[in-house]
Ligand binder design. Sequence first.
Ligand SMILES: [Ca+2]
Length: 314
Amino acid sequence: MATLIVYENSSPVADAEAIRKAVKGFGTNEKAIIKIIGHRNAIQRRQLRQAYEESYQDDLIKRFVSELTGNFERAVFRWMADPEDRDAVLANVAMKQSNTDYAVFVELTCIYSPHELLAAKGGYHARYKHSIEEDLSIYLSGDLRKFLVALVGIYRYDGQEIDARLAKSEAHILHNYINEKAFNHEEVIRILTTRSKAQLVATFNRYKDEYGASITKHFVNDSDDQYLAAVRTTIRCILDPLKYYEKVVRNALSKPGTDEETLTRVIVTRAEKDLKDIKELYYKRNSVTLDHAVSKETSGDYKAFLLTLLGKEI
Ligand SMILES: [Ca+2]
C-alpha cells in the first residue's frame, strides 16, 4: 500500500498559481511547495506541470531546480519528473558512479513490471539519445556488464504460471555451476535474466529444498565481486521485494552521513506503491518507525518533504 496522502479535489490551475507565488521573486517558500506537491499523485503532478507551463510559459521542473538546492532539489526533481523520465535519470546517475549502483538496474528489471521497464527504457532514449544497454556497455565491463545488459534487455514474461519440472531441472543446473564456482556461466545468466519472476521463485524454492540452503548463500566467493553482489540482489528482489527495500533503507540510514541518493530513490519510487508495507516491515525489524529514523538522519526541507511522502501530515 501507498503512503502518499492524495488530495483528490485539487485543481491544477490553482496549484500552479500557488506554486508561482511560492517561487516568484526573491527567495522561495519551500513549505508551500511541499504542501502541494507532497499530496499529488503522478497524474496530478503532470497536470500541474502542464498548467504551470500554460499559465506562465515556464518549465516548472527547471524552475524548481533553479530555486531549490541539495538533497531537497534532487528529491523534488525525482518526484516531479514523469516516472519514466525519473527512472532514466536514476539509471544514468547509477551507471556513472565510480562504483556502479547495480541495485538500480536490478530494481528496474526484477521489481518493476516489464511494462514499467519498457517505459523507463523509452524515457532513457528520449533524455540521453542512447539506449540504457549502450551506455551500460560504455561505463561497465566484465561480468557485471554482461549481466546487467542481459537483465535490461529482456522483456520478462509476467504471468504466474509455474513449470515445476523446469524449476527442478534449473535448480539442478544452477547448483552444478555454483559447485564448480562457475558463477558467471552463460547458463546461470540465461536462467536469471530470461525466466519469469514466478518461475524463478519456484526455482529458488526448489533449490533450497534440494540443497539445504538459500541460493543467495551459495553465490559467494572470497573476493569482493560486484557481479556476484548483483546476482544476490537479483535473487533477493525476486524473492521478496519488501524485505529487499527494508534492508536498502536500513543500510542507507545507517551509513555514516546517510546515503541520501538511495533513501530518496526508495521513498520517491515507492510512495505511491508499497511504502506503507516497507514501513511496517521496517518497524518490525528495527522497533523504530521509519518516520522516526528518517527525521533523525535528515534535516530541513528535505526532511519535511520525505516525511510528507511517508504519509505524515506536517
Ligand atoms: Ca524565487
